[in-house]
Ligand binder design. Sequence first.
Ligand code: CUK
Ligand code: CUA
Length: 625
Amino acid sequence: MKKWIPPVAGIATGLLAATVFFADFSPEKQTQVTADNSNSATKTNAEKVYVPFGEKDEYYLMASGGHSGQMFIYGVPSMRHIRTVPVFSPDSATGYGFDNHTKELMGDFTWGDLHHPALSETNGDYDGKYLFATDVANSRAAVMNLETFTTRDIINVPNTSGPHCAAFVTENTEYMFLPTRFAVPIGSEYASLDDYSEQYRGVMSAVTFNEEKEELNVAYQVALPPWSYDLSDAGKGMSSDWAVITTYNTEEATTNLEINASQADRDYIVLINWKELEQKVAEGDYDEVTGQKMIFPEKHKGGIYLVPVAKSPHGVDVTPDGEHFIASGKLAPAMTVFSFEKAFAAIENQDFAGERNGIPIINYESIMEREVNPENALGPLHTQFDDKGMAYTTMFISSEIVKWDPTTGETLDRVPVQYSPGHAVAAEGDTVAPDGKYIIALNKIAKDSYLSVGPSHPESMQLIDLRGDKMEVIQSAPVNPEPHYAQLIKADKIKTISVYDKDESNKYAVYKQEDARIERKGNEVHVYGIAMRSKFIFDAKAERPDVIEVNKGDKVYIHLTNTDFDQDITHGFAINQYDLNMEVQPGQTNTIEFTADKAGTFPLYCTNFCSALHQEMSGYFLVKP
Ligand code: CUK
Ligand code: CUA
């Protein structure tokens, strides 16, 4: 039967599509202003951050979403929020956690606590390909592809509890290390807290990434003493084989940590030679525990050292030249600068001050270069760097960023921020060559910064210009809770795709309208459908191609291909009252699987506004009793 298409509707579709999507919105038509975000003295702050319509920001800011389980993508210097990318939590806007693939990625969990994102690196520079992240809540690691800004893999990391500062990657993304915040018995078996010191461990995991398969894997683990492992960083250049990790609760307190974990005057930084550990694993010098290659430092000796450091440190950061690492005090208002070169010498000469849990303690005096204590600066947490090697440390308690010189300890500048910054992130900040242009304070408390939304407020991110003599806050943006850390990368390093390529090998993909079909196998119904402006075609031969009819109890698989190979023409697929939603981006094929457990008549529709006839992009899902 030949289908009758009303000529008027056909014309209207074409015209409306043309009007909506192909109108000339080029910048020339809109405005004569062009982006000039330079910092000449005559410029206002508004001009320094203004990016006119049609032009793009110079940097991507990728801010962790903390316990939202998401990533927040902003443009800098405008500080415009561009996108939220779901990683560890479902997101109905994108169908994340509903379709089969992303549901599988999320596993048994419905949320995550994403603290530290880290960009993939080549030769110590961000290569713009991938972003890694960890989940403190449910002990997982994830990787996001930056061609599509989508999560590609999530793994559970066994034996670890709260991988906090994961994401710091080595210079060529050989590893991402996941030290654990909470100590637990290996395998999370039950063990009385009375046996804490004997039975509990703080396990650090070394995770590798297979780029071809886009898969994460745990390569090996290290059963460190039962302390809390906080922040960490990878070495660079001369220290590139090394990693540094801060600890607290070396008191091994099991209750009331606020007081009990703050007793000792010194905690430790763990210094790890990952090349040596890799070698150890290659030689079989490890124990197999719960299916993992586990290094026990007291038994498989070598490659791990302790460095005493002032009371309960928080951040530790390696300088861009790789020569020093700087610990921030948290409870001691000091930044301590250590020398890698001196550490290597101390290890070589066995310049140790005893050991703990079988791990040698390097003599503090031998490798400490200086303790820096800016006047009245309280609560140092994290340090970033500029292009001249100057350091910028966030002060949580005194609400400021302090600029100082690691080679002399001299305080150079201070700028108040609103309020209580955790991390700050500098432009290209974790690379061997930071830009020195901007730093963004990630403030925990916004208080009176924005229009009030009740007792609880958003967090605040403040853009600080580093190009002048003095640091200057030039823009402020609210952000959902809660960015812990972020990455700030030059936008031109990221090459996104605009449509998904056709994949003829995908047996679920349907690119020709006449191939759209519904196949039944017993009580399984497979729909091989198409979403296109502005209709669904589930069964090309049916009288009503946009209707799916099944029996109650059928297992339904909807494979949907978006055949609009056209940038930003995304379609959605939702069934009324069935609590599901899936997204198909241009050229993409996606599958959603569910049981038709409710008999009745259920409208289905496209959730993503896609054309002037988007409202018409609907059909019916009929379930016979
Ligand atoms: S932690 Cu949040 S302020 Cu998770 Cu990096 Cu220091
Ligand atoms: Cu397709 Cu709206």
